[in-house]
Structure formats: C-alpha cells, structure tokens
Design a protein around this ligand. Sequence first.
Ligand code: SF4
Length: 341
Amino acid sequence: MPKREELVLLRTSERGVWGQCHQQWAWRFIDNLQPRTSSPPLEFGTLWHKAMADYYIPGKKRGPHPAKSFKLYFDSDVASKFRLRNSDAEWDDALELGVAMAENYVDEFGRDSKIEIIAPEMPFAYRMTDVGGQPFWVVGRFDALFRWLTTHEYGILEHKTAASISTAHLQMDEQAGTYFMFGRLWVKELQRRLIIPKGNLLELDMVLYNFARKAKPDPRPRDDAGIYLNKDGTQSKTQPPPYFARVPVYRDEEDSKRLVKRIRQQAWMMRQQREGKLPIIKTPSSGYPDRHCEACPFKAMCELHETNGDWRSYAEMNYDVEDNYAEYREDLKDAIHIDGT
Ligand code: SF4
C-alpha cells in the first residue's frame, strides 16, 4: 500500500484536460511540462480569487475592499505587467481592469450583508480507488462555505471571471458536480470534527457560481431601474451584457453516484496510459464548437509533433518541468481528509 504522500492526486481540471485531449494531458500531467510564459487569463483569475478571499472572511462582515486587494496582489504577484483582451475586444491594462471590476462588484453587491461565511477557502482530499482497485486522492479547494441569512441555505461559493458570462453548461459542468459531491462530504467532516458547530444538521444546498465579467463598467448614467441612458436622458437601445451573475447549481444522489463512477473509471484509464498499457491519442479540434486546440498551451509544439519536426527541442526551449501538484501536496498536510473507500 503506497503512503499517503506517494499516492496519485487528481483534481477536476486535470480530468477536464484529459477529457479534451489525451496528448495535451500527457504533456502536462505525465511529462509535467509548464509553459515558461504564464497565461494572462489564468493569472487574472488567481488575483481575482485572492481579492475575493480577502473580502469574504469568516462571519457576516466583509474584509478589505477587493479593489485594494487586487492592486496589492497585482503589485506583489505579477512581476511584469501583462495585458489581456476583454469582452469588448479592446486591450486593457489588467490592473486597471481588475480594480474597475472590483469597484463595480462592490457597487453591485455592497457589503453582501445577506451572506455569512462559515468557513473560508479550504483544501480537501478524498481517498478513492480506481476501478482496478488502486487508491488515489481527489484533491481541490473550495472558495468558501457560506449561509444565506435570508433563506438559511448553505452553499459553496465559487468565484469565476470570464470574458463573457455563460451559464448554459452548468447543469452538466463537471466542476460543479464534483464540488457538490465532495462539498457535502466535506461539510459533514467539518461538523464531525467540530471545526464548524453541529447545531442544526447542516446540509449543503447548492454550489453558487459567482461570475464576474472581465469588463470595465459602462460609464453612462443609469435610471432607477438600472437602464443605461443616452446623453439626452432617454433609455439607450444599447445595453451592456450583465457584469455579474450568481447562479446556484444543484445535484442529487444519482448525479453524485455517476460522478464517482466516472472519476474511478477515468483514474483507471489514466493509470493504464501512464503505465503504457493504453495509447495516448490526440484529439485535434480547432473548429466549432470545441476549439480547444486554439487555447492549448502546446499548440505550436503539437504542430511540430504532427509533422515529425523537432518538437523535443521546442519543448526544452519553451517549457519547464514542474510538479502540477506541488501546492496540493503541501495542502495535503492540512486538508480535510475523507476516506471514501
Ligand atoms: S493542440 Fe490540440 S491535438 Fe495538440 S495537444 Fe493540444 S489539444 Fe491536443
């Protein structure tokens, strides 16, 4: 039996990459190749998450203004300022954009006084076995456990930034299903360990996606109904898409059972591929609807690989070899461990 530290870790985003293209997954999670240049959208999301974590501290009061935190983390975390494209296809300075979004967020939700944060960001680890009986850990982090003070429902908060807010996928979203499934067990474990008080039986009601669109607020004045106005005071025919959306996502026992089965099957297939017993097959796609090659961090290398070019030299020049799970291995020391086998 391998020791806890030696077990394979698996997070939802790895399963997502594997589901898109096994070759992309193999380069990233078997060979551990990481692009030397960081991805601005990923950096931006990380800064936003940190600013939100500072704002949603335990209790009913909020922490520092997220605009202040965003600037703080931007200055300390981002060595060289990057630029990224917003939903209006304009190039925008990321710091200015993040600060403007955070100010707009607080204008929209204020101190969010109907939300009580029960537990802030916390790692979790859930021990499972794949369908061949090999143990592994499902790992991840929840942004926060919260309670609506109006309805007394409990939820896991999940902060998201996006160029445009799209919610149609959430009913089939693997992350939402995973968070719901493991969130319920996590909450029970926190109660069992008295990390959160038992009190009334606490059942997880939802995963709440808290979307923020990557766009600066429209500077035009608004009427009482929030409609943007023309210079002459009439309602404009051109209204911006929503800047924010809060979407509760629900799952039931049946969803969760299927999810667990799927994870166990995927983990087994990944293991077979790692051990060379199943092939690693590319899934090229750059057309509608799934344009994952366009966003793939290995696109240029893959083109060389496809034409039998010198992709190995390209890999050496453009990628570092880094453990994808370094932070998660650290987390494992403090994570709430749940033995699901
Ligand atoms: S470019 Fe496309 S086919 Fe190639 S590894 Fe990336 S996702 Fe797979």
